[in-house]
Write a protein that binds this ligand. Structure first.
Ligand SMILES: *[C@@H]1O[C@H](CO)[C@@H](O)[C@H](O)[C@H]1NC(C)=O
Ligand SMILES: *[C@@H]1O[C@H](CO)[C@@H](O)[C@H](O)[C@H]1NC(C)=O
Ligand SMILES: *[C@@H]1O[C@H](CO)[C@@H](O)[C@H](O)[C@H]1NC(C)=O
Length: 426
Protein backbone atom coordinates (compact mmCIF):
# COMPACT_ATOMS: atom_id res chain seq x y z
CA UNK A 1 0.00 0.00 0.00
CA UNK A 2 2.87 2.35 0.74
CA UNK A 3 3.55 3.08 -2.88
CA UNK A 4 0.02 4.42 -3.24
CA UNK A 5 0.32 7.10 -0.58
CA UNK A 6 -0.12 9.43 -3.53
CA UNK A 7 -3.78 8.77 -2.93
CA UNK A 8 -3.58 11.43 -0.26
CA UNK A 9 -2.57 13.98 -2.85
CA UNK A 10 -6.08 15.22 -3.20
CA UNK A 11 -4.95 18.53 -4.61
CA UNK A 12 -3.84 16.97 -7.89
CA UNK A 13 -6.30 17.73 -10.68
CA UNK A 14 -7.95 14.59 -12.01
CA UNK A 15 -6.66 15.08 -15.54
CA UNK A 16 -3.12 14.92 -14.27
CA UNK A 17 -3.81 11.89 -12.14
CA UNK A 18 -5.29 10.17 -15.16
CA UNK A 19 -2.21 11.04 -17.17
CA UNK A 20 -0.12 9.45 -14.46
CA UNK A 21 -2.32 6.39 -14.28
CA UNK A 22 -2.05 5.98 -18.03
CA UNK A 23 1.52 4.81 -17.56
CA UNK A 24 0.42 1.80 -15.54
CA UNK A 25 -0.15 -1.64 -16.97
CA UNK A 26 -3.62 -3.12 -16.81
CA UNK A 27 -2.60 -5.24 -13.87
CA UNK A 28 -1.26 -2.23 -11.96
CA UNK A 29 -4.37 -0.24 -12.80
CA UNK A 30 -6.58 -2.90 -11.33
CA UNK A 31 -4.44 -2.84 -8.17
CA UNK A 32 -4.51 0.95 -8.05
CA UNK A 33 -8.29 0.80 -8.15
CA UNK A 34 -8.26 -0.91 -4.78
CA UNK A 35 -6.41 1.91 -3.04
CA UNK A 36 -9.25 4.28 -2.26
CA UNK A 37 -12.62 5.40 -3.51
CA UNK A 38 -11.30 8.27 -5.53
CA UNK A 39 -8.78 6.11 -7.32
CA UNK A 40 -11.35 3.43 -7.82
CA UNK A 41 -13.45 5.95 -9.69
CA UNK A 42 -10.49 7.43 -11.58
CA UNK A 43 -9.26 4.05 -12.73
CA UNK A 44 -12.56 3.47 -14.48
CA UNK A 45 -12.10 6.56 -16.62
CA UNK A 46 -12.55 5.37 -20.18
CA UNK A 47 -9.51 7.31 -21.36
CA UNK A 48 -7.44 4.66 -19.59
CA UNK A 49 -9.17 1.83 -21.42
CA UNK A 50 -8.83 2.76 -25.09
CA UNK A 51 -5.91 0.52 -25.96
CA UNK A 52 -5.82 -2.47 -23.69
CA UNK A 53 -2.86 -4.79 -23.99
CA UNK A 54 -3.08 -7.92 -21.90
CA UNK A 55 -0.39 -9.86 -23.75
CA UNK A 56 2.23 -9.18 -21.10
CA UNK A 57 -0.02 -10.42 -18.32
CA UNK A 58 0.74 -14.13 -18.18
CA UNK A 59 -2.01 -16.41 -17.05
CA UNK A 60 -5.01 -14.23 -17.74
CA UNK A 61 -7.97 -16.47 -17.02
CA UNK A 62 -11.54 -16.12 -18.14
CA UNK A 63 -12.34 -15.05 -14.58
CA UNK A 64 -10.01 -12.07 -15.01
CA UNK A 65 -11.49 -11.32 -18.42
CA UNK A 66 -14.95 -11.20 -16.88
CA UNK A 67 -13.73 -8.96 -14.08
CA UNK A 68 -12.18 -6.52 -16.55
CA UNK A 69 -15.27 -6.50 -18.70
CA UNK A 70 -17.67 -5.97 -15.79
CA UNK A 71 -15.66 -3.26 -14.06
CA UNK A 72 -13.47 -1.43 -16.54
CA UNK A 73 -13.91 -2.05 -20.26
CA UNK A 74 -16.53 0.13 -21.85
CA UNK A 75 -17.34 2.47 -24.68
CA UNK A 76 -13.78 3.82 -24.64
CA UNK A 77 -12.26 0.57 -25.84
CA UNK A 78 -10.85 0.71 -29.38
CA UNK A 79 -8.11 -1.90 -29.43
CA UNK A 80 -7.77 -5.06 -27.37
CA UNK A 81 -4.76 -7.36 -27.32
CA UNK A 82 -5.07 -10.74 -25.62
CA UNK A 83 -2.78 -13.69 -25.06
CA UNK A 84 -4.36 -17.10 -24.83
CA UNK A 85 -3.18 -20.30 -23.30
CA UNK A 86 -2.52 -22.45 -26.31
CA UNK A 87 -0.64 -25.17 -24.51
CA UNK A 88 -2.79 -25.24 -21.43
CA UNK A 89 -5.69 -27.47 -20.61
CA UNK A 90 -7.78 -24.36 -20.06
CA UNK A 91 -6.98 -23.06 -23.54
CA UNK A 92 -10.33 -23.96 -25.00
CA UNK A 93 -12.34 -21.98 -22.49
CA UNK A 94 -10.26 -18.84 -22.75
CA UNK A 95 -12.64 -16.89 -24.95
CA UNK A 96 -16.21 -17.91 -24.41
CA UNK A 97 -19.18 -17.11 -26.55
CA UNK A 98 -20.88 -15.34 -23.66
CA UNK A 99 -17.86 -13.19 -22.91
CA UNK A 100 -17.60 -12.14 -26.55
CA UNK A 101 -21.28 -11.30 -26.59
CA UNK A 102 -20.88 -9.15 -23.49
CA UNK A 103 -17.82 -7.53 -25.06
CA UNK A 104 -19.83 -6.55 -28.16
CA UNK A 105 -22.51 -5.00 -26.02
CA UNK A 106 -20.29 -3.11 -23.59
CA UNK A 107 -17.66 -2.00 -26.07
CA UNK A 108 -19.44 -0.92 -29.24
CA UNK A 109 -16.38 0.99 -30.52
CA UNK A 110 -13.92 -1.89 -30.38
CA UNK A 111 -12.36 -1.89 -33.82
CA UNK A 112 -9.15 -3.87 -33.44
CA UNK A 113 -8.62 -7.25 -31.85
CA UNK A 114 -5.27 -8.98 -31.58
CA UNK A 115 -5.11 -12.55 -30.34
CA UNK A 116 -1.85 -14.25 -29.51
CA UNK A 117 -1.56 -17.99 -28.90
CA UNK A 118 -5.29 -18.41 -28.58
CA UNK A 119 -7.01 -21.70 -29.21
CA UNK A 120 -10.14 -20.68 -31.06
CA UNK A 121 -11.36 -24.20 -31.75
CA UNK A 122 -14.06 -23.79 -29.13
CA UNK A 123 -15.61 -20.97 -31.17
CA UNK A 124 -17.45 -22.19 -34.22
CA UNK A 125 -17.29 -18.94 -36.15
CA UNK A 126 -15.63 -15.56 -36.20
CA UNK A 127 -19.13 -14.12 -36.49
CA UNK A 128 -19.19 -14.40 -32.70
CA UNK A 129 -16.57 -11.65 -32.55
CA UNK A 130 -17.89 -8.11 -32.11
CA UNK A 131 -19.39 -6.78 -35.33
CA UNK A 132 -17.61 -3.46 -34.80
CA UNK A 133 -14.24 -5.08 -35.59
CA UNK A 134 -12.35 -3.65 -38.54
CA UNK A 135 -8.98 -5.25 -37.89
CA UNK A 136 -8.41 -8.81 -36.72
CA UNK A 137 -4.92 -10.09 -36.12
CA UNK A 138 -4.25 -13.69 -35.17
CA UNK A 139 -0.80 -14.79 -34.20
CA UNK A 140 0.11 -18.35 -33.37
CA UNK A 141 -3.57 -19.28 -32.97
CA UNK A 142 -5.46 -22.51 -33.62
CA UNK A 143 -8.50 -22.20 -35.86
CA UNK A 144 -11.53 -24.42 -36.34
CA UNK A 145 -12.23 -25.46 -39.92
CA UNK A 146 -15.09 -23.15 -40.68
CA UNK A 147 -14.06 -20.22 -38.56
CA UNK A 148 -14.26 -17.66 -41.36
CA UNK A 149 -17.43 -18.94 -43.06
CA UNK A 150 -20.34 -16.57 -43.13
CA UNK A 151 -23.54 -18.37 -42.33
CA UNK A 152 -26.20 -15.86 -43.09
CA UNK A 153 -29.01 -16.49 -45.51
CA UNK A 154 -30.16 -12.89 -45.01
CA UNK A 155 -26.78 -11.64 -45.99
CA UNK A 156 -26.44 -13.66 -49.16
CA UNK A 157 -29.91 -12.51 -50.23
CA UNK A 158 -28.85 -8.95 -49.71
CA UNK A 159 -25.75 -9.62 -51.76
CA UNK A 160 -27.83 -11.08 -54.54
CA UNK A 161 -30.07 -8.03 -54.60
CA UNK A 162 -27.33 -5.43 -54.58
CA UNK A 163 -24.08 -7.07 -55.48
CA UNK A 164 -21.75 -4.22 -54.84
CA UNK A 165 -23.91 -1.81 -52.90
CA UNK A 166 -22.05 -0.69 -49.84
CA UNK A 167 -25.25 0.94 -48.61
CA UNK A 168 -27.06 -2.38 -48.35
CA UNK A 169 -24.17 -3.85 -46.43
CA UNK A 170 -24.16 -0.91 -44.08
CA UNK A 171 -27.86 -1.36 -43.42
CA UNK A 172 -27.21 -5.00 -42.64
CA UNK A 173 -24.57 -4.11 -40.09
CA UNK A 174 -26.70 -1.45 -38.44
CA UNK A 175 -29.51 -3.90 -38.01
CA UNK A 176 -27.14 -6.40 -36.46
CA UNK A 177 -25.96 -3.78 -34.04
CA UNK A 178 -29.42 -3.40 -32.57
CA UNK A 179 -30.93 -6.80 -33.22
CA UNK A 180 -30.38 -10.04 -31.38
CA UNK A 181 -27.85 -12.31 -32.94
CA UNK A 182 -29.26 -12.50 -36.45
CA UNK A 183 -25.89 -12.77 -38.13
CA UNK A 184 -24.94 -10.38 -40.86
CA UNK A 185 -21.91 -9.57 -42.96
CA UNK A 186 -18.46 -9.61 -41.41
CA UNK A 187 -17.18 -6.04 -41.36
CA UNK A 188 -13.49 -6.79 -41.00
CA UNK A 189 -11.40 -4.84 -43.48
CA UNK A 190 -7.95 -6.01 -42.51
CA UNK A 191 -7.07 -9.57 -41.55
CA UNK A 192 -3.59 -10.57 -40.40
CA UNK A 193 -2.57 -14.19 -39.98
CA UNK A 194 0.85 -14.59 -38.51
CA UNK A 195 2.20 -18.07 -37.99
CA UNK A 196 -1.21 -19.73 -38.01
CA UNK A 197 -0.41 -23.20 -39.34
CA UNK A 198 -4.02 -24.31 -39.28
CA UNK A 199 -4.99 -21.65 -41.84
CA UNK A 200 -5.74 -23.52 -45.06
CA UNK A 201 -6.94 -22.90 -48.59
CA UNK A 202 -10.45 -23.53 -47.35
CA UNK A 203 -10.17 -20.70 -44.86
CA UNK A 204 -8.87 -18.48 -47.63
CA UNK A 205 -11.83 -19.45 -49.80
CA UNK A 206 -14.22 -18.52 -46.99
CA UNK A 207 -12.85 -14.98 -47.06
CA UNK A 208 -14.27 -14.42 -50.54
CA UNK A 209 -17.68 -13.89 -48.93
CA UNK A 210 -16.42 -11.05 -46.73
CA UNK A 211 -17.76 -7.80 -48.04
CA UNK A 212 -15.19 -5.41 -46.60
CA UNK A 213 -11.89 -7.23 -46.74
CA UNK A 214 -9.37 -4.94 -48.40
CA UNK A 215 -6.10 -5.97 -46.71
CA UNK A 216 -4.92 -9.51 -46.14
CA UNK A 217 -1.59 -10.41 -44.58
CA UNK A 218 -0.41 -14.01 -44.64
CA UNK A 219 2.84 -14.61 -42.79
CA UNK A 220 4.08 -18.13 -42.27
CA UNK A 221 0.76 -19.66 -43.26
CA UNK A 222 2.41 -22.74 -44.64
CA UNK A 223 -0.65 -24.55 -45.80
CA UNK A 224 -1.86 -21.97 -48.27
CA UNK A 225 -1.02 -23.26 -51.75
CA UNK A 226 -0.60 -21.69 -55.15
CA UNK A 227 -3.87 -23.28 -56.20
CA UNK A 228 -5.59 -21.91 -53.15
CA UNK A 229 -4.41 -18.43 -53.93
CA UNK A 230 -5.21 -18.74 -57.61
CA UNK A 231 -8.79 -19.75 -56.96
CA UNK A 232 -9.34 -16.75 -54.66
CA UNK A 233 -7.82 -14.15 -56.95
CA UNK A 234 -10.27 -11.51 -58.12
CA UNK A 235 -11.13 -12.17 -61.74
CA UNK A 236 -13.77 -11.30 -64.30
CA UNK A 237 -16.57 -13.78 -64.73
CA UNK A 238 -19.68 -13.32 -66.89
CA UNK A 239 -21.76 -11.93 -64.00
CA UNK A 240 -19.17 -9.57 -62.51
CA UNK A 241 -16.02 -10.10 -60.49
CA UNK A 242 -15.50 -13.13 -58.30
CA UNK A 243 -12.94 -13.98 -55.66
CA UNK A 244 -11.41 -11.58 -53.16
CA UNK A 245 -12.67 -8.70 -55.25
CA UNK A 246 -12.22 -5.90 -52.72
CA UNK A 247 -8.67 -6.74 -51.86
CA UNK A 248 -6.23 -3.88 -52.46
CA UNK A 249 -3.32 -5.10 -50.34
CA UNK A 250 -1.91 -8.59 -50.09
CA UNK A 251 1.10 -9.75 -48.14
CA UNK A 252 2.57 -13.21 -48.42
CA UNK A 253 5.70 -14.14 -46.54
CA UNK A 254 7.37 -17.32 -45.40
CA UNK A 255 10.36 -16.77 -43.17
CA UNK A 256 9.97 -19.67 -40.74
CA UNK A 257 12.61 -22.34 -40.72
CA UNK A 258 10.22 -25.23 -40.22
CA UNK A 259 10.66 -28.21 -42.46
CA UNK A 260 7.28 -27.89 -44.13
CA UNK A 261 6.87 -28.71 -47.75
CA UNK A 262 6.78 -25.16 -49.06
CA UNK A 263 3.97 -24.51 -51.45
CA UNK A 264 5.20 -21.19 -52.83
CA UNK A 265 1.69 -19.80 -52.66
CA UNK A 266 2.69 -16.63 -54.46
CA UNK A 267 3.01 -18.61 -57.72
CA UNK A 268 -0.80 -18.44 -57.64
CA UNK A 269 -0.49 -14.75 -58.48
CA UNK A 270 0.36 -15.85 -62.01
CA UNK A 271 -3.38 -16.02 -62.63
CA UNK A 272 -3.53 -12.22 -62.28
CA UNK A 273 -5.58 -10.37 -59.72
CA UNK A 274 -7.95 -7.54 -60.57
CA UNK A 275 -7.81 -4.52 -58.30
CA UNK A 276 -4.76 -5.63 -56.36
CA UNK A 277 -2.74 -2.45 -55.91
CA UNK A 278 -0.22 -3.32 -53.22
CA UNK A 279 1.78 -6.50 -52.87
CA UNK A 280 4.23 -7.34 -50.14
CA UNK A 281 6.38 -10.45 -50.53
CA UNK A 282 8.67 -11.84 -47.88
CA UNK A 283 11.29 -14.56 -47.46
CA UNK A 284 10.73 -17.63 -49.57
CA UNK A 285 7.74 -16.14 -51.37
CA UNK A 286 9.75 -13.35 -52.97
CA UNK A 287 11.26 -15.39 -55.81
CA UNK A 288 8.07 -17.08 -57.01
CA UNK A 289 6.04 -13.89 -56.46
CA UNK A 290 8.40 -11.81 -58.56
CA UNK A 291 8.01 -14.22 -61.45
CA UNK A 292 4.26 -13.58 -61.40
CA UNK A 293 4.05 -9.90 -60.52
CA UNK A 294 3.85 -8.80 -64.15
CA UNK A 295 0.39 -10.39 -64.31
CA UNK A 296 -0.92 -7.95 -61.73
CA UNK A 297 -2.26 -5.22 -63.96
CA UNK A 298 -3.33 -2.87 -61.17
CA UNK A 299 -0.17 -3.14 -59.09
CA UNK A 300 1.12 0.21 -57.83
CA UNK A 301 3.24 -0.66 -54.80
CA UNK A 302 5.56 -3.58 -54.30
CA UNK A 303 7.50 -4.35 -51.15
CA UNK A 304 10.12 -7.09 -50.95
CA UNK A 305 11.43 -8.07 -47.53
CA UNK A 306 13.68 -10.49 -45.67
CA UNK A 307 15.28 -12.08 -48.72
CA UNK A 308 18.40 -12.27 -50.84
CA UNK A 309 18.13 -10.86 -54.37
CA UNK A 310 20.32 -10.30 -57.36
CA UNK A 311 20.13 -7.17 -59.44
CA UNK A 312 19.37 -9.28 -62.49
CA UNK A 313 16.38 -10.86 -60.85
CA UNK A 314 14.97 -7.51 -59.80
CA UNK A 315 15.53 -5.77 -63.11
CA UNK A 316 14.09 -8.64 -65.09
CA UNK A 317 10.87 -8.75 -63.07
CA UNK A 318 10.39 -5.07 -62.51
CA UNK A 319 10.82 -3.80 -66.03
CA UNK A 320 7.39 -5.32 -66.76
CA UNK A 321 5.74 -3.36 -63.96
CA UNK A 322 5.05 -0.15 -65.82
CA UNK A 323 2.32 0.96 -63.42
CA UNK A 324 4.52 0.73 -60.36
CA UNK A 325 4.70 3.90 -58.26
CA UNK A 326 6.61 2.62 -55.26
CA UNK A 327 9.14 -0.16 -54.87
CA UNK A 328 10.46 -0.89 -51.42
CA UNK A 329 13.25 -3.16 -50.27
CA UNK A 330 13.18 -3.99 -46.57
CA UNK A 331 15.84 -6.12 -44.87
CA UNK A 332 17.07 -7.30 -48.27
CA UNK A 333 20.54 -8.68 -48.83
CA UNK A 334 21.68 -7.91 -52.37
CA UNK A 335 24.04 -10.18 -54.17
CA UNK A 336 27.01 -8.19 -55.33
CA UNK A 337 26.76 -6.54 -58.75
CA UNK A 338 29.83 -8.40 -60.04
CA UNK A 339 29.10 -12.09 -60.16
CA UNK A 340 30.97 -14.03 -57.51
CA UNK A 341 33.02 -16.99 -58.67
CA UNK A 342 31.04 -20.21 -58.83
CA UNK A 343 31.47 -22.20 -55.66
CA UNK A 344 31.49 -25.90 -56.27
CA UNK A 345 28.74 -27.96 -54.72
CA UNK A 346 26.67 -25.03 -53.50
CA UNK A 347 23.21 -24.50 -54.94
CA UNK A 348 23.11 -20.80 -54.27
CA UNK A 349 26.53 -20.25 -55.80
CA UNK A 350 25.65 -22.10 -58.99
CA UNK A 351 22.38 -20.22 -59.32
CA UNK A 352 24.01 -16.86 -58.90
CA UNK A 353 26.78 -17.72 -61.31
CA UNK A 354 24.45 -18.89 -64.07
CA UNK A 355 22.04 -15.99 -63.65
CA UNK A 356 24.69 -13.34 -63.55
CA UNK A 357 26.55 -14.93 -66.46
CA UNK A 358 23.53 -14.71 -68.71
CA UNK A 359 22.86 -11.17 -67.61
CA UNK A 360 26.34 -9.77 -67.84
CA UNK A 361 27.01 -11.41 -71.19
CA UNK A 362 23.89 -11.11 -73.26
CA UNK A 363 22.06 -8.32 -71.47
CA UNK A 364 18.83 -8.44 -69.54
CA UNK A 365 16.64 -9.38 -72.48
CA UNK A 366 18.26 -12.65 -73.40
CA UNK A 367 18.23 -14.76 -70.28
CA UNK A 368 14.48 -14.73 -69.56
CA UNK A 369 13.83 -18.45 -69.99
CA UNK A 370 16.61 -20.54 -68.54
CA UNK A 371 17.50 -18.75 -65.37
CA UNK A 372 14.12 -18.90 -63.70
CA UNK A 373 14.35 -22.21 -61.96
CA UNK A 374 17.70 -21.36 -60.52
CA UNK A 375 16.44 -18.01 -59.41
CA UNK A 376 13.77 -19.72 -57.38
CA UNK A 377 16.42 -21.59 -55.51
CA UNK A 378 18.46 -18.51 -55.23
CA UNK A 379 15.62 -16.68 -53.53
CA UNK A 380 14.79 -19.63 -51.33
CA UNK A 381 18.33 -20.53 -50.36
CA UNK A 382 19.83 -17.23 -49.35
CA UNK A 383 22.32 -18.11 -46.66
CA UNK A 384 25.91 -18.52 -47.65
CA UNK A 385 28.33 -18.93 -44.82
CA UNK A 386 31.35 -17.93 -46.91
CA UNK A 387 30.06 -14.44 -47.23
CA UNK A 388 29.68 -11.59 -44.86
CA UNK A 389 27.41 -8.61 -45.18
CA UNK A 390 28.54 -5.11 -45.38
CA UNK A 391 25.84 -2.61 -44.59
CA UNK A 392 26.19 0.35 -46.88
CA UNK A 393 24.35 3.59 -47.04
CA UNK A 394 20.89 2.26 -46.46
CA UNK A 395 19.46 4.69 -49.00
CA UNK A 396 21.59 3.33 -51.76
CA UNK A 397 23.12 -0.06 -51.17
CA UNK A 398 23.54 -0.72 -54.88
CA UNK A 399 23.82 2.52 -56.83
CA UNK A 400 23.76 0.66 -60.13
CA UNK A 401 20.44 -0.98 -59.24
CA UNK A 402 18.94 2.38 -58.43
CA UNK A 403 20.17 3.76 -61.74
CA UNK A 404 18.78 0.84 -63.75
CA UNK A 405 15.42 1.01 -62.07
CA UNK A 406 15.23 4.76 -62.51
CA UNK A 407 15.53 4.24 -66.26
CA UNK A 408 13.06 1.35 -66.44
CA UNK A 409 10.48 2.84 -64.07
CA UNK A 410 10.95 6.60 -64.17
CA UNK A 411 7.87 7.43 -62.11
CA UNK A 412 8.51 4.88 -59.38
CA UNK A 413 9.79 5.85 -55.94
CA UNK A 414 12.53 3.54 -54.66
CA UNK A 415 12.95 2.91 -50.96
CA UNK A 416 15.73 0.89 -49.37
CA UNK A 417 15.40 0.14 -45.66
CA UNK A 418 17.97 -1.82 -43.66
CA UNK A 419 19.45 -3.42 -46.77
CA UNK A 420 22.95 -4.75 -47.25
CA UNK A 421 25.22 -6.17 -49.92
CA UNK A 422 26.80 -9.57 -49.64
CA UNK A 423 30.54 -9.51 -50.06
CA UNK A 424 32.71 -12.44 -50.82
CA UNK A 425 35.12 -13.34 -48.06
CA UNK A 426 38.12 -13.57 -50.38
C1 LIG B 1 -17.12 -22.99 -45.47
O1 LIG B 1 -16.41 -22.36 -46.53
C2 LIG B 1 -15.68 -23.25 -47.35
C3 LIG B 1 -14.95 -22.43 -48.36
O2 LIG B 1 -15.77 -21.48 -48.96
C4 LIG B 1 -16.63 -24.26 -48.01
O3 LIG B 1 -15.87 -25.19 -48.76
C5 LIG B 1 -17.41 -24.97 -46.94
O4 LIG B 1 -18.35 -25.83 -47.54
C6 LIG B 1 -18.12 -23.97 -46.05
N1 LIG B 1 -18.81 -24.67 -44.99
C7 LIG B 1 -20.09 -24.41 -44.68
C8 LIG B 1 -20.68 -25.22 -43.58
O5 LIG B 1 -20.74 -23.59 -45.29
C1 LIG C 1 24.15 -11.46 -43.43
O1 LIG C 1 22.84 -11.53 -43.93
C2 LIG C 1 22.19 -12.77 -43.72
C3 LIG C 1 20.85 -12.74 -44.39
O2 LIG C 1 20.19 -11.53 -44.14
C4 LIG C 1 22.09 -13.02 -42.21
O3 LIG C 1 21.48 -14.26 -41.98
C5 LIG C 1 23.45 -12.98 -41.57
O4 LIG C 1 23.33 -13.11 -40.19
C6 LIG C 1 24.17 -11.69 -41.92
N1 LIG C 1 25.56 -11.74 -41.44
C7 LIG C 1 26.12 -10.74 -40.80
C8 LIG C 1 27.53 -10.94 -40.42
O5 LIG C 1 25.53 -9.70 -40.55
C1 LIG D 1 17.91 -5.06 -40.05
O1 LIG D 1 18.14 -6.36 -40.57
C2 LIG D 1 18.69 -7.31 -39.63
C3 LIG D 1 18.94 -8.60 -40.38
O2 LIG D 1 19.29 -8.41 -41.70
C4 LIG D 1 17.72 -7.48 -38.49
O3 LIG D 1 18.24 -8.35 -37.54
C5 LIG D 1 17.41 -6.15 -37.85
O4 LIG D 1 16.41 -6.31 -36.86
C6 LIG D 1 16.93 -5.16 -38.87
N1 LIG D 1 16.80 -3.86 -38.28
C7 LIG D 1 15.70 -3.12 -38.42
C8 LIG D 1 15.73 -1.79 -37.76
O5 LIG D 1 14.72 -3.51 -39.03
Amino acid sequence: MDEYKACNLDYFPENILIDVLSFLSVRELVKAGRVCKRWKRLVKDQRLWRLVDLTAWKGVTSRILWLLLRQYLGCGLRCLRLRGLLLSARGGTFLSESWLKALSTKCPRLSKLYLLHADLRGLPSCQLLPTSLQVLELRGCELPREFFNQTSPACSQERAEATSSVGAQQKGRDRKGKGQGSPSGIGIGRLVLNNVPSFTDQHLQSLTTWEKLSRLELRDTFRVTANGLRSCAAKDVPCGVEGLSRLKFLEIGITGRQGYQLQMASLGLGAGWLGLEELSLGGKEVGPGLLCASRLKDLKCLCLWACTLSKMQIVRSCRMLRGLRRLEFLDVTFQPPQCPPVVEGEGAGVGAGAGAGAGAGAGAGAGAGGGEEQENEEAAGGDNSNEENKTLDTNDPIPSLRRSLAVLLPSCTLVFTNCSVQINAD
